[in-house]
Design a protein around this ligand. Sequence first.
Ligand code: XBP
Ligand code: MG
Length: 237
Amino acid sequence: MLEALIFDVDGTLADTERDGHRPAFNAAFAAAGLPWHWDESLYGELLQVTGGKERIRFFCERYAPEFLHLADVEARIRELHAAKTQYYVALCAQGIPLRPGVEPLLRAARAAGLRLAIATTTTPENISALLAPDLLALFEKVGAGDTVPNKKPAPDIYQWVLAQLGLPASACLAIEDSANGLKASRGAGLATVVTRTAYTDDHDFSGALALLPDLGEVTVALLRHWHETAYGSDKKS
Ligand code: XBP
Ligand code: MG
């Protein structure tokens, strides 16, 4: 029986990358006096690496290798990322809207007795900045950022959340937006509904339980139906 929904954040709860995280990175680079500017196209390339710190390093490997030879490069990347997070939190304070159907589905799922959790690569501060307190309170467990050593597409964050919930993957559904996220959730054995974004439209979503433009038409009953098709209804087991 379906007992819990595990949501990704960036790209799933809200379309945060192009107009949220990307300008926050650029503001941090400018404040540090670095001549780096991630335009929409370059950022789409860099999104293949999850985690802001890991993405900065990936950018340096490809476009600014000299930066990696600085003695304190790890500290410099951590400082850049901390500054970026502050800029992102400030952008969220201006209001980044949730994607269609997200808020109604979260509330309906809780009203139907489903447990909710988050499994994301972004930082906890970014989640608190994005979600209003009454929405954040709907999530029983939040797995975020550096909670686990290996970020998506590794399954670690989903495995951590399942352990925190005390549930098997077969009692849950994951909701994701990207190929990395789908690999992570499937790696943890989770049937996964995908709502693609402009950045992930061309990703390979093989293995997704359903592929949607957004959650606007998704109800708790439909999720329960999809879950049964994935795991079979209890009366069969
Ligand atoms: C998306 C990510 C994050 C964000 C940036 O996370 O990969 O790294 O792009 O946030 P998810 P940080 O789709 O798993 O929610 O800079 O805090 O990493
Ligand atoms: Mg995502």
